[in-house]
Unconditional design. Structure first.
Length: 440
């Protein structure tokens, strides 16, 4: 087809000589016709849908772009752009009613459930910028829904988000029809990007769904190829079946690390998944967390100590579940599990009438301390201190402190009656590692 363009272009430019470009554009504007026209020379049925017309018009515009530059050609392309806009909407309606098409000069992307589609086409006028326009359309029960977006108007800067979409997936958000659309685009010559855009299908329109932090509906990653050296692999954004997305991680400006940052969909909103969350078992949540340098030979990043609780704790009669204490050592590529102890932290029901006995978690270099407080009229407290053993492989119990007081002034002196505080060390109980603590 490209072979005959120069011949067609020569005839077209000759016929346009001396005429007004806008008048020529009006004469060439595609008119309404039936879905099928008969070619009398071949006696074969030739389809003439809005999609075919749009494809042909974009092909003609593409030929004009690569022809010798003239102001007349430039004006013709601008004039044809408005015709493409009209045909794009008609093409979207056609695809809703008649299925899909196989275009050459524009891109069509459908969601996996065939409910929402996006039609994208490039109207770049030359130079270094790209201007991609879109029509979003839906087969929702409320009928055909269209959403026209021109990035240059929408963003105010045509070289930021000229996206051509290649994947659309429905997010598992109850009661709403929300879709995440993934694509890629190119801005100036050395720069391109991957992007995700989240939209919601309402009764009357397709609108941005602001479910990222700061009321945003999109995330994108720019790559400046002039800033990427060697064999660094350029990673794409990944959309997972559960709606989570993985976005490439950068160090400094335009320096991909080769790792991903996961954004997790929680209660209808996206939250950045912290690296330490990978060590939280399914069915658990954080009760307490502390960050600091507790390993002397660690990297220049804080270590993590977490106390977890089973999410079933909030249900009645399920109060005696263990609360794991997790120690994570910072590494160059994230974290590694250094220790786990399931019996250092008392259960939710272990405080008696007072309630949950957990009081505090404190960390300092080579030291972790956990405190508890509970009882009823007779209150008690217990504190456990662990130190990093020589060699840095184990955490060992080095001190326990226990005591208490009565809530009543039993001797009538006007002061709280304190019980004798007891302190024990390894001299009293021997060597006990954090993992073995409380097993007996």
């Amino acid at each position: 087809m490209k072979i005959i363009f120069p011949f067609i272009l020569l005839i077209f430019l000759t016929s346009c000589s001396g005429s007004n470009p806008k008048e020529t554009a009006e004469k060439l504007e595609p008119q309404e016709s039936s879905n099928s026209e008969i070619d009398t020379n071949t006696s074969k049925s030739v389809m003439s849908t809005p999609c075919d017309k749009m494809d042909s018009l974009l092909s003609l515009m593409d030929s004009l772009k690569y022809a010798d530059y003239s102001l007349e050609n430039d004006e013709l392309i601008w004039a044809y752009s408005s015709q493409v806009d009209l045909l794009a909407t008609k093409c979207a309606k056609f695809m809703i009613n008649n299925g899909t098409c196989q275009p050459e000069n524009f891109n069509v992307c459908w969601s996996a459930d065939s409910v929402i589609g996006i039609l994208s086409w490039d109207t770049r006028m030359g130079g270094t910028f790209v201007n991609v326009e879109h029509v979003k359309f839906s087969k929702a029960s409320t009928g055909a829904i269209f959403y026209k977006s021109i990035d240059r108007e929408k963003k105010g800067d045509g070289d930021i988000n000229a996206t051509s979409y290649n994947q659309i997936a429905k997010l598992p958000i109850s009661g709403k029809d929300i879709y995440i659309c993934k694509g890629a685009g190119k801005t100036s010559n050395p720069t391109f990007y991957y992007s995700v855009d989240v939209v919601e299908i309402t009764k009357k329109a397709i609108v941005p769904a602001n479910i990222f932090p700061d009321a945003q509906s999109e995330k994108h990653v720019n790559y400046d190829m002039m800033e990427i050296y060697g064999d660094m692999k350029v990673l794409d954004i990944i959309v997972l079946p559960n709606g989570d997305i993985q976005i490439p991680e950068f160090k400094g400006y335009s320096q991909p690390t080769g790792n991903y940052i996961t954004w997790k969909l929680r209660n209808g909103k996206y939250e950045e998944l912290q690296p330490y969350e990978a060590f939280i078992p399914s069915g658990y949540e954080i009760l307490e967390i502390k960050e600091g340098r507790i390993y002397p030979d660690g990297v220049d990043k804080n270590d993590i100590v977490m106390i977890l609780r089973d999410t079933l704790e909030l249900q009645e009669d399920i109060w005696e579940l263990p609360r794991p204490l997790i120690v994570l050592k910072a590494t160059k590529n994230g974290y590694e599990l250094s220790a786990r102890a399931d019996h250092v932290v008392m259960c939710q029901d272990c405080g008696g009438v007072f309630g949950d006995p957990f009081e505090y978690l404190e960390i300092s270099p080579e030291t972790i301390e956990v405190g508890h407080y509970g009882g009823s009229s007779q209150r008690w407290y217990e504190r456990y201190k662990f130190k990093l053993a020589e060699g840095g492989n184990n955490w060992e119990l080095v001190e326990t402190v226990s005591g208490g007081h009565s809530v009543f002034d039993e001797d009538g002196d006007g002061e709280v009656d304190e019980y004798e505080e007891t302190t024990q060390t390894p001299f009293d109980f021997g060597v006990i590692t954090m993992e073995d603590f409380g097993k007996e």
